[in-house]
Design a protein around this ligand. Structure first.
Ligand SMILES: *[C@@H]1O[C@H](CO)[C@@H](O)[C@H](O)[C@H]1NC(C)=O
Ligand SMILES: *[C@@H]1O[C@H](CO)[C@@H](O)[C@H](O)[C@H]1NC(C)=O
Ligand SMILES: *[C@@H]1O[C@H](CO)[C@@H](O)[C@H](O)[C@H]1NC(C)=O
Ligand SMILES: *[C@@H]1O[C@H](CO)[C@@H](O)[C@H](O)[C@H]1NC(C)=O
Ligand SMILES: *[C@@H]1O[C@H](CO)[C@@H](O)[C@H](O)[C@H]1NC(C)=O
Ligand SMILES: *[C@@H]1O[C@H](CO)[C@@H](O)[C@H](O)[C@H]1NC(C)=O
Ligand SMILES: *[C@@H]1O[C@H](CO)[C@@H](O)[C@H](O)[C@H]1NC(C)=O
Ligand SMILES: *[C@@H]1O[C@H](CO)[C@@H](O)[C@H](O)[C@H]1NC(C)=O
Ligand SMILES: *[C@@H]1O[C@H](CO)[C@@H](O)[C@H](O)[C@H]1NC(C)=O
Ligand SMILES: *[C@@H]1O[C@H](CO)[C@@H](O)[C@H](O)[C@H]1NC(C)=O
Ligand SMILES: *[C@@H]1O[C@H](CO)[C@@H](O)[C@H](O)[C@H]1NC(C)=O
Length: 413
C-alpha cells in the first residue's frame, strides 16, 4: 500500500520537476547574473550639420555590452530598412553627411572597424488586394485584384522619439505621402521601432519577448482608404531579410504553446531564422483591429513561403548601398515573404478599418514561449498538493498499520 502511494506521488510530481528544470532554469540563471545588459545610446542624424537634415531621418542606436556593440541603423528613406551590425567595443560609425546630402550616398556610412556580423529587415511593398474568395491569402502573383505600393515612393515623417533613456530607444514614423500625394488626414499608417538593452516582454499586446539584441517593429494601418472597386479589400506587405552569412537560407518554425498567458487566445509563435541561427524574426499570427488590442478585437494573418527576392535595382539608393561594408550589394541574396492581414470570415479590412501588427527581429537566439513563475506555481499547487496529501495520507496509513501490527504483537504476547 505505502509503496503504491509513493509511486503514485512520484509520477504526480515528475512533470513538475521536468518543467522547472527545463523551462525556466536558464531564465533564473540570467536574472542572477544580469551580464547581458546593454547600455543604449540613441542619436538621430548623428553629427549632421543642424539645418541640413530637416528632411532626412536616420536613427543610430548603439547597444554596448561587455564584449561587443550592436549598432542599429533605422531609416525610412527610400526603402524602410532596419539594419544592425555587431562590432568590437569602441567601434565608431561615421557618416559623411556632405556626400549623403549631395545625393551621392554610395558608401557614405562606414565603421572604423569591419563589423563581425550584420543583418537587415526591409519593407519593399504594401499591397491592397480584393479577396474575392475570402481566403485571407494574397495571390502568389500580381494580377488585377492586387494594387502594390512601392515603399520607394513613400515619404515618412518622424512622429515621436524617446532617445533619452539608456535602457531603451523608441521612434515612431508616420507615412506622409505616396508618390507626392499627401496621405489623407483621417488616415494613419505608422511604424514604431523599439530596442531594449535588456530582456523582457513588451508592454503592448501581443506581449512579444525581446532581448538585448532585438528590435520590435509595430505596424498600424488606421483608416486606410481602400479602392472602391475592391469589395473585399485586405492589406498585405512584403518583408525581406538579408544576412552576412554565406548561406542565405531562412527557415520558418511554428511552435505551439500550451498556454496563452502572454497573448490571450493565441497559442502559436512564428519564427524565421537564418541558416546559422544568428538572425531571426518572430511574431504571433494575430493582428488587432482596434487601438484597445483586446482579444475580442483581433483577427489572424497568413504569411507566404519564403522566397528569393531578386531584382537588379531593388537596393539602389537604400541604406544597404549607403553603407561601406566589405560587400557588393548587387550580390547580396535577399529572402522575402508576404504577410496578409485578416483571415476568412472576419469581414475584411472594412469591418474595422484598423490593423495593428507587431514583429520582433534580432540577433542571437529568440525567446520562445516559456512557462512563467505564475504558471509554474499554479501547476505546482495543482499537481503538488494532491501529491503531498497522498504522501501524508500514505504515511499516516503506514504508521497506523505499523502501530496496529505492534498492537497485534502486544496482544499476541
Ligand atoms: C543607465 O544609467 C544609469 C544612471 O546613469 C546607470 O546607473 C545604469 O548603470 C545605466 N544602465 C546601463 C545598462 O548602463
Ligand atoms: C552608457 O553610455 C553613455 C554614453 O555613451 C555613457 O556616458 C555611460 O557612461 C554609459 N554607462 C555605462 C554604465 O556604461
Ligand atoms: C524639406 O522639404 C520641404 C518640403 O518638401 C522643402 O520645402 C525644403 O526645401 C526641404 N529642405 C531641405 C533642406 O531639403
Ligand atoms: C560619389 O562619391 C564617389 C566616392 O567619393 C566619387 O568617386 C564619385 O565621383 C561621386 N559621384 C558623384 C556623382 O559625385
Ligand atoms: C475563387 O474560387 C473559384 C472557384 O473555386 C476559382 O475559380 C477562382 O480562381 C478563385 N479566385 C481567386 C482570386 O482565387
Ligand atoms: C508578394 O505578393 C506579390 C503579389 O502577389 C508578389 O508579386 C510578390 O512576389 C510576393 N512576394 C513574395 C516575397 O512572395
Ligand atoms: C522614455 O523611455 C524611458 C525609458 O528608457 C522611460 O522611462 C520614459 O518614460 C520614456 N518617455 C516617454 C515620454 O515615453
Ligand atoms: C522549432 O521550434 C521547436 C519548438 O520550439 C524547437 O524545439 C525546435 O528546435 C525549433 N527548430 C529550429 C530549427 O529552431
Ligand atoms: C534562390 O537563390 C539561390 C542562390 O542564388 C538559388 O540557389 C536558389 O535556387 C534560388 N531559389 C529559387 C526558388 O529560385
Ligand atoms: C470602414 O470604411 C469604409 C469605407 O470608408 C466604410 O464603408 C465602413 O463603414 C467603415 N467601417 C467601419 C467599421 O467604420
Ligand atoms: C546577444 O548577442 C550576443 C553576441 O553579441 C550573444 O552572445 C548573446 O547570446 C545574444 N543574446 C541572445 C539572447 O541571443
Amino acid at each position: 500500500m505505502t509503496n503504491l502511494v509513493l509511486v503514485f506521488a512520484a509520477f504526480n510530481l515528475l512533470p513538475l520537476f521536468v518543467l522547472v528544470s527545463s523551462a525556466d532554469y536558464n531564465t533564473f540563471l540570467d536574472v542572477e547574473q544580469k551580464n547581458y545588459d546593454r547600455n543604449v545610446t540613441t542619436t538621430i542624424n548623428p553629427k549632421c550639420p543642424t539645418n541640413e537634415c530637416v528632411n532626412f531621418t536616420l536613427v543610430h542606436v548603439q547597444q554596448e555590452g561587455i564584449a561587443d556593440v550592436l549598432h542599429h541603423i533605422w531609416t525610412m528613406e527610400n526603402v524602410p530598412t532596419f539594419f544592425y551590425a555587431r562590432t568590437e567595443l569602441n567601434t565608431e560609425m561615421l557618416i559623411d553627411w556632405e556626400k549623403m546630402l549631395s545625393g551621392n550616398y554610395s558608401q557614405a556610412i562606414s565603421f572604423n572597424k569591419e563589423p563581425q556580423y550584420f543583418a537587415a529587415v526591409l519593407i519593399f511593398k504594401f499591397f491592397m488586394y480584393n479577396d474575392l474568395n475570402d481566403t485571407g491569402v494574397i495571390p502568389e502573383t500580381d494580377n488585377f485584384d492586387i494594387v502594390s505600393y512601392s515603399t520607394k515612393k513613400m515619404s515618412w515623417e518622424l512622429k515621436s522619439s524617446n532617445c533619452s533613456g539608456n535602457i531603451s530607444a523608441s521612434v515612431a514614423f508616420r507615412l506622409r505621402s505616396y508618390d507626392g500625394v499627401e496621405l489623407d488626414s483621417s488616415s494613419n499608417i505608422e511604424i514604431t521601432l523599439t530596442a531594449y538593452g535588456t530582456r523582457g516582454r513588451s508592454p503592448i499586446l501581443p506581449h512579444l519577448a525581446f532581448t538585448e539584441n532585438s528590435t520590435q517593429v509595430d505596424f498600424v494601418f488606421d483608416h486606410v482608404e481602400t479602392k472602391e472597386s475592391f469589395t473585399n479589400a485586405r492589406l498585405a506587405m512584403e518583408l525581406a531579410a538579408v544576412v552576412s552569412e554565406p548561406d542565405s537560407r531562412f527557415t520558418l518554425n511554428v511552435s505551439q504553446s500550451l498556454d496563452d498567458e502572454y497573448t490571450p487566445g493565441v497559442f502559436k509563435l512564428m519564427e524565421i531564422h537564418s541558416a546559422l541561427n544568428q538572425h531571426w524574426i518572430q511574431w504571433r499570427p494575430v493582428c488587432y483591429t482596434s487601438t484597445q488590442r483586446d482579444i475580442g478585437d483581433s483577427t489572424g494573418l497568413y504569411q507566404t513561403d519564403i522566397r528569393n527576392v531578386s531584382d537588379d535595382n531593388i537596393l539602389d539608393n537604400t541604406l544597404l548601398e549607403w553603407l561601406s561594408l566589405d560587400l557588393d550589394t548587387r550580390f547580396l541574396l535577399m529572402k522575402g515573404f508576404n504577410v496578409s492581414f485578416g483571415v476568412e470570415g472576419d469581414g475584411f479590412y472594412r469591418a474595422s478599418n484598423y490593423t495593428a501588427w507587431t514583429l520582433v527581429t534580432g540577433h542571437g537566439r529568440p525567446v520562445g514561449d516559456q512557462f512563467s513563475l505564475m504558471v509554474i506555481l499554479v501547476m505546482a499547487i495543482g499537481l503538488g498538493l494532491p501529491a503531498i496529501v497522498l504522501i501524508l495520507g500514505g504515511a499516516a496509513i503506514a504508521l497506523r498499520n505499523h502501530r496496529n501490527s505492534k498492537d497485534d504483537l502486544l496482544l499476541s504476547d
